[in-house]
Design a protein around this ligand. Structure first.
Ligand SMILES: Nc1ncnc2c1ncn2[C@@H]1O[C@H](COP(=O)(O)OP(=O)(O)O)[C@@H](O)[C@H]1O
Ligand SMILES: [Mg+2]
Length: 409
């Protein structure tokens, strides 16, 4: 058996422990940076954690299996000062999923080599120390979290009015403007984001739930699907999630955790008040979508009442009237008056939207000059400028006041 290199003594604010029963990582030279200790098993890691020091644990490929990762998860929950980096024999979807759920802050393929592993260890260690290793792990949505993009939710209480079309195009236009955007499909029971963007869903919010409190933003980035310039997508699962799926709060935490990667746009499903309420509480901006007909406007009006969202007094709210055409329908101004929202974006009914859906590319990219694309791009540019707004003001605007000044429907 090859000899282990002698650990160097370095002045570092965190300790590096290697868990490597067969000395795979060390002998292969996979970690050639300094480390403090090597233990044979995950149980040995627990002993090393007793003193409460910030610790990055490199989990060797021999322990990167279901049972090892389950043991690791128990340690992560019990020891907030532990941040694991898993060295995986391969980067299969299953293994990545298990590692993320176990609380790995990063996963490095064994084949990626020593430099990638040392970089991951240094990055995870620096983050652990910066966040305060002595405190319990917190969601990225906490006020003390690092730089964040805004969270924009897109919602209509009625299906089929164009919510997904608006969300996909808004995210795509924001991404193209250089701000970086993440699009989350929060309709786990059958979202259409993947379809509209022509991507195959491999991982969804289900894979991130439970780990977002620990995972590094760069690691989360690797779990998303890159689409076109600057857009990252978290699609709905390929198999619809059943009643034992994540709670609304868990889905909000997943979406909020992606904020360090850019502006997060969330496509909300129709007909799920608890989920919508949880997202509305967290959102920086709310896009409300209706069509230009009495039924669409009535549903939106009633939906806002159910949510206790006083849209006319809440500066986060913006209205999109989709498939707008004056023929036989209401006037946009009438809809604005009923809902108490001014400055609506009227997106016309446009065959270019249908063509774009069939091509699996957002209309703002396939046909930027089409009338619908122009208005959707204008909506995105309204979010290009940062707005500073306090939470207190948002909360105040949520006081429910049934029938407050709006005409009844
Ligand atoms: N402005 C528009 N012009 C033409 N077709 C549209 C427009 N907006 C949406 N559609 C079409 O309407 C259908 C429903 O849109 P979608 O965004 O999936 O609605 P929702 O998410 O509210 O259920 C899609 O087939 C889409 O192509
Ligand atoms: Mg939809």
């Amino acid at each position: 058996m090859a000899l282990l290199p002698v650990p160097e003594v370095v002045d570092r604010p965190f300790r590096v422990v290697i868990v490597d029963g067969v000395h795979d990582v060390v002998v292969d030279g996979c970690i050639d940076g300094p480390y403090d200790e090597v233990v044979d098993a995950i149980a040995g890691l627990e002993r090393a954690l007793g003193d409460g020091r910030a610790t990055v644990a490199v989990i060797g490929p021999g322990h990167a299996h279901a049972f090892g990762l389950e043991q690791l998860h128990r340690l992560v929950v019990a020891h907030p000062h532990l941040a694991p980096v898993v060295v995986a024999p391969d980067l299969s979807t299953d293994l990545l999923q298990q590692a993320v759920r176990a609380g790995a802050r990063d996963v490095v393929a064994r084949a990626a080599g020593p430099r990638a592993l040392v970089d991951a260890v240094e990055r995870v260690g620096a983050d652990l120390v910066a966040r305060g290793a002595d405190r319990a792990p917190r969601p990225w949505s906490d006020p003390g979290a690092p730089r964040r993009g805004r969270l924009i939710v897109v919602h209509a209480p009625k299906g089929g009015v164009g919510t997904t079309t608006v969300a996909v195009n808004l995210a795509s236009a924001l991404a193209a403007s250089g701000t970086g955007a993440v699009l989350v499909d929060a309709d786990l029971a059958g979202g259409d984001v993947a379809l509209l963007l022509g991507v195959t869903p491999e991982r969804s919010a289900l894979d991130l739930v439970g780990s977002v409190h620990y995972a590094e933003p760069e690691f989360l980035r690797s779990l998303l699907v890159p689409v076109g310039e600057g857009l990252l997508v978290l699609p709905a699962p390929a198999e619809p999630s059943g009643p034992d799926g994540p709670s609304p709060e868990e889905l909000v935490a997943v979406s909020a955790a992606l904020r360090p990667l850019g502006t997060v746009v969330v496509d909300l499903p129709a007909g799920s008040d608890a989920l919508v309420r949880a997202f509305v509480d967290e959102a920086d901006e709310i896009v409300l979508v209706t069509t230009l007909d009495v039924a669409g406007v009535k549903h939106l009006h009633q939906g806002l009442l159910r949510l206790g969202l006083a849209a006319e007094r809440d500066p986060r709210c913006r209205l999109v009237v989709n498939r707008a055409s004056t023929r036989g329908g209401l006037a946009v101004r009438e809809v604005e008056r009923v809902l108490g929202l001014r400055g609506a974006h009227a997106v016309p009914d446009d065959p270019a939207v249908t063509r774009a859906v069939n091509a699996g590319v957002p209309v703002v990219r396939t046909a930027p000059r089409a009338p619908a694309a122009r208005e959707l791009a204008r909506l995105a540019s309204a979010y290009a400028e940062p707005r500073s707004r306090g939470r207190r003001r948002r909360r105040a605007a949520r006081t429910p006041e049934p029938g407050s000044g709006r005409r009844g429907w």
